[in-house]
Design a protein around this ligand. Structure first.
Ligand code: C2E
Ligand code: CA
Ligand code: CA
Length: 605
């Protein structure tokens, strides 16, 4: 719009100059005033303005125009406008200006050549009075684009920078998950006929190294892992960090599975070498999952999930392994997805139920409590035990709502049961995932308060591995729970790595001898010795002992002789529903009352 104004102003000045005789004085004054206004506007305009004669010489220029050409206004008079344009663009600009005699106006981007410096500008050229060749004039409005270019440039740099940040991991400077997915996609699309392999690496038990050494050293180790990976593969390949202790490698143009396996071996060996400094001396290993394009899939997203499935398989099969993707893994992956979906439904549709297995106290020869065991009442498959789904519940984070439901439901039932037997206790299994979250104590305290269950009426069972994971953090949470009055038991004792000295440091009240040490006693001398040793040392530390999986009277009498405190297993009773334990508690109660009455009568008699 502004450019048009300048053109209009020029026509007015031209009228004033060419036809004064035809105009009356009042009109003349009016036009002069208007002309002065336009001139003032032009002078104040933030863009350059030039009037050129028919040979493109400057005959009028406003201050901004003169400033753009770095000249005084007076020095520009009759200067060829084109001489100020970058030399290699002069023909293009003069053609554009002359073209306006036909088109009326045009816009052209070019650059000025000012003191060896190029200034990008945009010109809007208007032809004035084209019908009279003698009076040919061109009006040129000039906009300085250098700032705009600088801004564009800055924007581009900022955009590139942001893109880099978004696609890279700040710790190792390797592409992150986003960057890696992009690279994987372009590797696959750039050379669709070449094979591409994706290796996903998960450092085995990195947490166990990271936690005691501290995060600074953990970071150093991760950087060292990154540089070892980079040194193992060729420059054309990509190494990325997916997050935490997960890395990835994209191998391009590989000949086949054998070559990938060879490189994966090399990667594995490189990572296994000692990590050594003044403050640490560490060994690491990785579980590696591999998928290959196009052998396994031609879809880059699937390539990632296939390598992930292979990596998880390697991890579950014992770590420090290399696993290629197989279609059997895919079937398992699909089953897992379906199971996860069904478990979510199970939670929302109340398909979970708690079962209770009695624990017999050998000192009083009575049931002192029950272990709470989770069951899934599957609409088609019937009652399902937790071994087939507890892992998925933990991996998918469902353990939070399910774990909370278990604690609440157990406490609701316990308060009912304690109306008939005030000494009954429940042992509730808690997974490592629940423990490391940190809010377990608050959640339990709230549940105890809401249900009215006293803290010492529940015991939490934690496996040795749960206690070892994040050991320092766990210890603090365990101590808080103990301080709150909740009892703690080490579950499956003997199967993990915790030693008796570790046992001493933990604020536990009971250990549960794993059933693998119980099932063949007293015949298996080794297991019999282990069971006796556990009982002796635990007692020495003031810790009670529960034997799990007691199935026969022989096992029971061996454990009783070995001064085991509590027995749990099919010999004592199978896990049963709440209704069943209520009946059994009621019967025990009546039997006790009857025994009491009989003994009273005996006393009277
Ligand atoms: P666990 O804590 O070691 O539980 C004992 C398991 O041994 C139970 O299996 C129980 O049914 C079984 N068992 C009891 N007595 C005998 C016996 O005499 N012989 C044999 N062969 N087995 C016996 P279940 O209920 O299938 O539970 C399996 C595991 O699932 C549990 O092992 C526990 O680790 C986990 N689990 C169960 N309920 C829960 C829960 O509520 N939360 C969490 N986080 N884990 C749970
Ligand atoms: Ca248990
Ligand atoms: Ca157990």
């Amino acid at each position: 719009m502004k450019l048009r104004h300048f053109a209009d102003s020029f026509s007015l000045s031209r009228i004033l100059r060419s036809k004064p005789a035809l105009l009356k004085t009042r009109e003349l004054d009016q036009l002069r005033a208007e002309n002065a206004r336009y001139k003032a506007l032009l002078d104040a305009a933030p863009i350059g303005h030039f009037t050129l004669d028919c040979e493109y010489r400057i005959i009028e220029v406003n201050p901004v125009g003169a400033m753009l050409l770095r000249c005084a206004t007076k020095d520009l008079t009759l200067t060829p406008f084109i001489s100020k344009i970058r030399s290699d663009d002069r023909i293009h600009v003069s053609d554009s200006i002359s073209g306006t005699t036909v088109t009326g106006d045009c816009t052209v981007s070019t650059s000025l050549k000012i003191q060896n410096r190029e200034v990008p500008v945009m010109l809007h050229v208007t032809t004035v009075n084209p019908s009279n060749n003698k009076d040919y004039r061109f009006h040129v409005a000039m906009l300085d684009l250098s700032e705009h270019h600088a801004t564009q440039n800055n924007l581009r740099i900022a955009r590139d920078g942001l893109q880099h940040v978004a696609n890279h991991d700040p710790l190792t400077r390797l592409p992150n998950r986003c960057g890696l997915i992009e690279q994987l996609q372009s590797a696959v699309t750039a050379s669709p006929n070449e094979k591409v392999a994706l290796l996903l690496l998960d450092l085995d038990q990195f947490k166990q190294v990271n936690d005691p050494l501290g995060h600074q050293i953990g970071d150093q180790l991760l950087r060292e892992v990154a540089s070892r990976l980079l040194s193992t593969v060729s420059e054309a390949d990509t190494v990325g960090r997916l997050g935490g202790d997960e890395f990835a490698i994209i191998l391009k143009g590989i000949s086949g599975v054998a070559e990938v396996a060879r490189i994966a071996e090399k990667v594995s060996k490189t990572l296994e070498k000692r990590y050594f400094s003044a403050t640490y001396d560490v060994h690491l290993s990785a579980s590696i999952g591999i998928s290959v394009y196009p052998d396994h899939t031609d879809n880059s997203k699937k390539l990632l999930s296939y390598a992930d499935a292979a990596m998880n398989d390697a991890k579950h099969r014992g770590r420090n392994l290399i696993q290629f993707y197989t279609s059997a893994l895919n079937t398992r992956l699909t089953q897992r997805f379906e199971l996860e979906r069904d478990l979510r439904i199970a939670l929302s549709e109340s398909q979970f139920e708690l079962y209770y297995q009695p624990q017999l106290d050998l000192r009083t020869n009575s049931v002192s409590g029950y272990e709470v065991l989770l069951r899934w009442n599957h609409p088609q498959d019937g009652v399902i035990g937790p071994d087939s789904f507890i892992g998925i519940i933990e991996d998918t984070g469902l353990i939070d709502p399910v774990g909370e439901w278990i604690l609440e439901e157990a406490c609701r039932k316990l308060i009912q049961l304690r109306r008939t037997n005030n000494n009954i206790k429940f042992s509730i299994n808690v997974s490592a995932k629940q423990l490391v979250k940190g809010d377990l104590k608050d959640k339990i305290s709230a549940i105890l308060e809401n249900t009215g269950v006293p803290a010492n009426a529940i015991e939490l069972e934690l496996t040795e591995s749960a206690l070892l994971e994040n050991a320092d953090h766990s210890l603090k949470i365990l101590q808080d729970l103990r301080d709150a009055g909740v009892d703690l038991a080490i579950d499956d004792f003997g199967t993990g790595y915790s030693s008796f000295s570790r046992l001493q440091q933990l604020p536990v009240t009971r250990v549960k001898i794993d059933r693998s040490f119980v099932h063949d006693v007293p015949g298996n001398v080794n297991n019999a010795t282990i069971a006796k040793a556990i009982i002796a040392v635990a007692h020495d530390l003031g810790i009670e002992v529960v034997a799990e999986g007691v199935e026969t009277p022989q096992q029971a009498s061996f454990l009783s002789d070995a001064t085991c405190d509590v027995l749990q297993g099919y010999h004592v009773g199978r896990p049963c529903t709440f209704a069943q334990i209520c009946i059994s508690e009621a019967m025990t109660n009546s039997a006790n009352q009857l025994t009491g009455q009989l003994s009273d009568q005996t006393v009277v008699a």
